[in-house]
Design a protein around this ligand. Structure first.
Ligand code: NAP
Ligand code: FE
Length: 370
């Protein structure tokens, strides 16, 4: 059994300012990577700039990372970073900018790599990455994964390299003003990482410890997520649940809902957390090992699986999903043709199972996301 999680985690309110010396060991010129505006609004970008300026570290900003970042966006950032001579990357934001930072780090170290050949057969190294999550979330701050939209292949996919951030700064106060739907959808992503890590062929004693603890933190926040009254303490607990989920999937990978959700995001524009969560009732009902399901319910401090479905439905609040059988078959075929995508599932998996999970997740009515 191997347990590998080399990221240094620094956490607590104000941790960037307090531990700013950490930046000194990483490089002299930083490329800061963010989404369009949230990092400027929630104070995270300002904290990073203040820390870098006080240390005399030069920096540039690339603030064009869109949700579900495309390979073309990374290439744009690479050009800017190489012109500047950046020798490390700081990703601030949700999973999209943090993932983008990992791809850009590879392109800086290997300038021959661009949008066309980032996803290839050779595992490449990158310059150091710092990850600062402002959603809770993806856990990308402690995983080696990065998920990009590849328009040529017509899908979202993991880039196949292995860039763990060197440092993750966790400060939940950047999430205090996060809108409720985003809070719920990203929390559902964290929940799905914890569950998929446990219902997984690679689940092991160490990953399970993080799953149990992470579900415990999530459990403390269920009432707040449902009512919408989210305290600062809840924000910290959700961030820990998210980071623990990341630590767990870094060992085990995710499983069917993630593999299946990518098509819903690509073709229906569904936010990542929604695309997983909408499949969960059908996925968990199809899972035959009820002992493991019971453990999840116990760790979430719930009484029954139905209670969990009720909570997920409340957090999805009216999200609908309609799709033709023809489209569903297309999504199923793209998953089933790549053995890696179903390799985490510990039970028998075939096209019928995947089709049934999609089909049983459809709702009647208008689609929320088109
Ligand atoms: P995201 O796509 O990074 O961001 C979604 C939205 O949230 C953006 O509009 C962003 O605005 C906004 N936002 C971010 N932080 C905010 C804050 N504190 N307050 C208000 N708004 C804020 O969302 P995400 O769900 O965190 O990341 C999803 C991506 O991560 C997907 O591409 C998914 O595939 C990937 N993912 C990666 C891993 C991994 O292990 N690497 C795991 C799971 C998912 P701005 O654009 O203005 O910043
Ligand atoms: Fe995810």
């Amino acid at each position: 059994m191997i347990y590998e999680m080399p990221t240094k985690i620094i956490f607590g309110k104000g941790c960037i300012g307090e531990q700013k010396e950490e930046f000194k060991n990483l490089g002299s010129k930083a490329c800061i990577v963010t989404g369009k505006s949230s990092a400027k609004r929630n104070g995270s970008y300002a904290d990073v700039v203040k820390a870098l300026d006080s240390l005399g570290i030069e920096h540039i900003l690339f603030d064009e990372v869109e949700e579900n970042p495309s390979l073309e966006t990374l290439e744009k950032a690479k050009i800017k970073a190489l012109e500047h001579g950046s020798n490390f990357v700081i990703g601030i934001g949700g999973g999209s900018p943090m993932d983008a930072a990992k791809g850009i780090a590879i392109m800086i170290k290997n300038p021959e790599i661009g949008a066309d050949n980032l996803i290839g057969n050779h595992i490449l190294d990158g310059v150091p990455v710092v990850a600062i999550p402002t959603t809770a979330g993806t856990g990308s701050e402690v995983t080696q994964y990065a998920i990009f939209t590849d328009f040529k292949r017509g899908t979202k996919l993991n880039y196949g390299h292995k860039i763990f951030p060197t440092i993750a700064f966790l400060d939940a106060s950047y999430m205090n003003d996060m809108p409720l739907p985003l809070t719920r959808y990203t929390a559902l992503d964290a929940l799905s990482h914890l569950m998929e890590s446990y219902l997984n062929v690679r689940s092991n004693l160490i990953s399970e410890t993080f799953v149990q603890q992470g579900l415990g933190y999530f459990a403390k926040c269920i009432n707040a997520l449902v009512s919408g009254e989210i305290t600062e303490q809840n924000r910290e607990e959700l961030l820990l649940a998210s980071t623990y989920g990341g630590i767990a999937i870094a060992q085990t990978r995710t499983s069917l809902p993630h593999a299946m959700g990518y098509s819903l995001t690509y073709y229906h524009n569904m936010p990542h957390g929604v695309a997983n969560a909408i499949l969960y009732e059908a996925y968990l009902k199809s899972f035959e090992d009820k002992t493991r399901i019971s453990k999840i319910i116990e760790w979430l401090c719930l009484d029954s699986l139905e209670q969990l479905f009720d909570i997920i439905n409340k957090l999805l609040e009216g999200v609908n999903f309609v799709c033709s059988d023809e489209e569903l078959h297309k999504y199923v075929n793209s998953i089933i043709s790549d053995k890696m995508k179903t390799s985490s599932h510990p039970e028998k998996v075939d096209a019928q199972l995947l089709f049934d999970i999609y089909k049983n997740s459809l709702t009647i009515g208008d689609s929320f996301y088109e």
